[in-house]
Design a binder for this molecule. Structure first.
Ligand SMILES: *Cc1c(COP(=O)(O)O)cnc(C)c1O
Length: 345
């Protein structure tokens, strides 16, 4: 058995202790939202909040909002129907060649826009995947030879102790059909000191390992987060970034331009820009798909292909991710300029 040592020493919990921290007064609505979806953040991440407080992009990502309690029939606790696509608890099998393995429900920060808010629990002793379910997952992967890639997610997989994570990754690496292992973690953004030399050494020894992180705003690009990313890239681990398009936080071409440029400078490839999924508790962050397309169109002449992510929406009912592009049909943009056909008739 592994030892259970929790990586949460840097986390701040109750909303009350924070009132003192930031001299904030919370409304009844905000308290009710925090009762439904507990507040959790790291001291480091809270330290990024600027004087603007309630309008601050970091504040808005981690502090409760009364609109989280909005309920209507188009919102679901599980908009992507992940629970229905779990042949084994914790293993989501949606595509032919790749699966997601949820190894813990715990995170260092509770992001208010999360689409897995149904998994937020407090006071439950063990929210990590059990050995029993892990063995079932390995068996399932072995039986389904077409699975070539495992995406380790959660929660945040780096909430597990490095030695436990190593056990899991080593077992996955030994499966003959597995070529690529992805780790999806927000630690470089919310608790960069978690990316320590021991972790990086362990990860760098895994063949086919990719690291996916989750920056949403240029305010999150700090010396500390840059160091976390560069430790990974210097160890030969490719780092990609997924951003969620968030209303009032980053739904602006200039903000995203600065973010994507900053990431590319760190050799972190902007990979996906996601539209918010229709989950209960995050509807107020949705921009609408049209807004995302408008921003992408604005960014195209301003940003290189390296700096530009793919804008995608995850279809409801487990339909999968669909990339969306502004309308670049040749006929519309490049044919018939001044009445002359000039390109690809
Ligand atoms: C996002 C996702 C993947 C990975 O898809 P990519 O487009 O390769 O990033 C795999 N399985 C599930 C269930 C997913 O949600």
């Amino acid at each position: 058995m592994h030892k259970k040592k929790k990586i949460n020493g840097n986390s701040v919990k109750p909303l009350d202790t924070l009132a003192k921290f930031a001299k904030l007064e919370f409304s009844e609505g905000e308290k009710a939202a925090a009762a439904a979806y507990p507040f959790l953040a790291t001291n480091y991440y809270l330290g990024l909040i600027g004087n603007d407080l309630r309008n601050d992009p970091v504040y808005r990502q981690c502090f409760p909002d009364r609109r989280e309690l909005i309920r209507h029939k188009n919102l679901s606790t599980d908009p992507l129907c992940e629970e229905k696509q779990m042949p084994v608890p914790g293993l989501i099998h949606r595509y032919r060649d790749r699966i997601v393995l949820l190894v813990t429900n715990r995170c260092a920060v509770h992001c208010r826009f999360c689409f897995r808010k149904r998994k937020w629990k407090t006071g439950i002793a063990n929210q990590d995947i059990s050995d029993e379910y892990l063995q079932e997952a390995f068996k399932y992967i072995r039986r389904h030879e077409r699975i070539k890639e495992v995406l380790i997610s959660g929660g945040d997989p780096l909430m597990l102790e490095t030695s436990r994570l190593k056990e899991i990754i080593d077992s996955l690496s030994k499966l003959k059909n597995i070529d690529v292992i992805r780790i999806g973690s927000r630690m470089p953004v919310v608790l960069p000191c978690r990316i320590d030399t021991r972790l990086v050494k362990m990860l760098s020894e895994v063949p086919g390992l990719w690291f996916l992180t989750h920056f949403n705003h240029p305010a999150e690009l700090t010396d500390e987060s840059a160091k976390a990313c560069s430790m990974l890239t210097k160890a030969g681990i490719p780092v990609l970034n997924q951003t969620v398009l968030l209303k009032g936080i980053n739904d602006d071409a200039s903000v995203l331009e600065e973010l994507f440029r900053g990431l590319a400078r760190l050799q972190v490839k902007p990979h996906y820009l996601f539209h918010v999924d229709p989950a209960e508790g995050n509807a107020h962050f949705r921009t609408g798909v049209a807004k995302g397309l408008e921003i992408m169109e604005e960014l195209r002449p301003r940003l290189s292909s390296i700096c530009t992510p793919v804008f995608a929406v995850d279809l409801p009912e487990g339909g999968g991710k669909v990339p969306l592009q502004p309308d670049y049909r040749l006929g519309k943009k490049y044919l018939g300029i001044n009445g002359r056909k000039i390109l690809y008739p």
